[in-house]
Ligand binder design. Structure first.
Ligand SMILES: NC(=O)c1ccc[n+]([C@@H]2O[C@H](COP(=O)([O-])OP(=O)(O)OC[C@H]3O[C@@H](n4cnc5c(N)ncnc54)[C@H](O)[C@@H]3O)[C@@H](O)[C@H]2O)c1
Length: 248
């Protein structure tokens, strides 16, 4: 893959991590389509950061739970140039204790975090096959250590399963598929998670203590890991933890 002439799609590109990823991929020489849902100002800011690195950018609103919208998102992406990198950073969390966890909340987590990533891959693969490429899924350390809440941990564990299955299925097509598992990142999403953990008085567990002590990475540290997985030519099916050792 010639990364200097590669088009990238970043879902959740208006968010804290997605916008850092968009800027990092632009730094690597890629034009970037910023996928987002509703946060137009955030998407425009992410696109502006891409352009500051001298690359083209566009923003495209698309709900990843809507397969038709995802199809249109990929079609718009290739208007910017051949698609080589897809980063699934769209995600939601609304932590609940198990007794308060509605079926709707479970379905929402699974639909956006897990099924959304699969839907984007399904739409993008025919385009990626043309030149080879890479998919990077943003999972979470929650998949491995069970933090946040049941629905989030389940959805992010699903992302890891999908990553390995897709890597196996698509390796012969020159498409690599990897995942990052960030620990807590200094973002509004993490603030909501910490509030939940505080309210549930989960203190006493070493990992949760570390979380509550605001053991956080910056979005840019996740972005450089994503760039590595997007551009390294021989790594596939891998899960890269970016958690400062939290999960050890
Ligand atoms: N913030 C953290 O501490 C942390 C830690 C580990 C993993 N993650 C994961 O990293 C990713 C990005 O998180 P963030 O902190 O940037 O969150 P964020 O809330 O800032 O960004 C979320 C992004 O997802 C998009 N999105 C949400 N629902 C969508 C939908 N249905 N369709 C399309 N787009 C949708 C939003 O528009 C936004 O761009 C998420 O997948 C999250 O689960 C975050």
């Amino acid at each position: 893959m010639d990364e200097a002439n590669t088009g990238a799609l970043v879902t959740g590109g208006s968010g804290a991590i997605g916008s850092a990823v968009a800027a990092e991929l632009a730094r690597a020489g890629m034009d970037v389509t910023v996928g987002y849902r509703s946060d137009t100002a955030g998407a425009n800011a992410a696109a502006a950061a891409v352009r500051e690195h001298g690359r083209d950018a566009q923003i495209v609103e698309a709900d990843v739970t809507d397969p038709a919208a995802v199809g249109r998102l990929v079609e718009r992406t290739v208007e910017l140039g051949p698609l080589g990198v897809v980063v699934n950073s769209a995600g939601v969390t609304e932590p609940h204790a198990i007794e308060e966890l509605s079926s709707e909340a479970v379905r929402r987590s699974l639909a956006v975090n897990a099924e959304g990533a699969i839907a984007v891959a399904r739409a993008a693969v025919p385009r990626l096959r043309a030149h080879g490429g890479a998919i990077v899924n943003v999972s979470s350390v929650a998949a491995e250590i069970g933090t946040v809440d049941v629905s989030y941990a389940t959805s992010k564990a699903g992302v890891l399963g999908a990553t390995r299955a897709l890597a196996r299925e698509l390796g012969g097509d020159g498409i690599r598929v990897n995942a990052v598992c960030p620990g807590p990142v200094d973002t509004p999403m993490n603030d909501a998670i910490l509030e939940h953990l505080e309210s549930r008085r989960f203190r006493g567990h070493r990992t949760v203590d570390a979380l509550l002590d605001r053991y956080e990475a910056q979005p840019e540290e996740v972005a450089t890991a994503v760039r590595f997985l997007a551009t390294h030519e021989f790594v596939t099916g891998e899960t890269l933890r970016v958690d400062g050792g939290l999960s050890l």
